[in-house]
Design a protein around this ligand. Sequence first.
Ligand code: SF4
Ligand code: MG
Length: 316
Amino acid sequence: KNLTRDFEVRTSRLPARTTLLRAVDHVSLHVDQGQTLGLVGESGCGKSTLGQMVVGLVPPTRGDVCLQGRPLWDSGSYEEPHVRRKIQMIFQDPSSSLNPRMRVKKIIGEGLDIHRMGSRAQRTARVAALMEMTGILPEHGNRYAHEFSGGQRQRISLARALSLDPQLIVCDEPVSALDVSIQAQILNLLVDLQKNLGLTYIFISHDLAVVRKVSHRVAVMYLGRIVEIADGNDLYENPCHPYTRALLAAVPRPDPRRGVPKIALAGEIPSPLAPPSGCVFHPRCPRAMDICSRNIPGDMEVGPGHHVKCFLFKTV
Ligand code: SF4
Ligand code: MG
């Protein structure tokens, strides 16, 4: 709710000057239990910072994260082990998040050991079950992370994330470092695990095609703000915001006769240190009007559950 995060950035050494960079700007979103919310945007748009606030790694400057209605930052709940366990994160590059000196079964069971979950024998059995669930061969439990391929390492980090029975997993670009064929395997695994365990995901990616495969709802983020959110199919079949349309135009589609026409996305993302006035997308927007550089567009509901922040649209 209203999640906002400012970072202080030094702009000159002598005289020492700092300025505030707003990485995430009043973002309100929700994800239903057992579903996946996809969060899409170009790199630097604030989506990882948003994910880090959700898992309790980065405190918000304003706003809060609520789990089943309970505000977590405000109540200090991220300090409580049973809350920490409920929200886990997996990252783009598993090799940097897996301890190179630990055997895989130790990595997967580390959380169980730290939280002293069950007896030693129970923990061993649980690790074996987690390996089976994520498709890691039992005989590979004594290997080290570097002995696995990228896709297998992502299975290991998933097994580790699942060890503490989380409700919500924030997946930050989990397949971006993998080959396309391996990507599909990991995405299928995520979907199967969701069905079997009732998991809820926030799935962060710059890749709209990847997000489409796993998401029930999709939010599009630009310069720290959510510019459009809709049910997955609705967003892909009826994209409204010019930024969403430009992103989708870059995605190869199975039937080129259908869908949105190509729109070139002009220019670079502006620096978040000096965000544009009005609609932050106006310097790159092919449809920009006079009002767009002066006023900030509010939230328009263009269809059931489909929200857009753009002056081209009116609430239905
Ligand atoms: Fe483009 Fe204006 Fe809509 Fe912003 S508000 S996306 S500049 S048309
Ligand atoms: Mg990122």
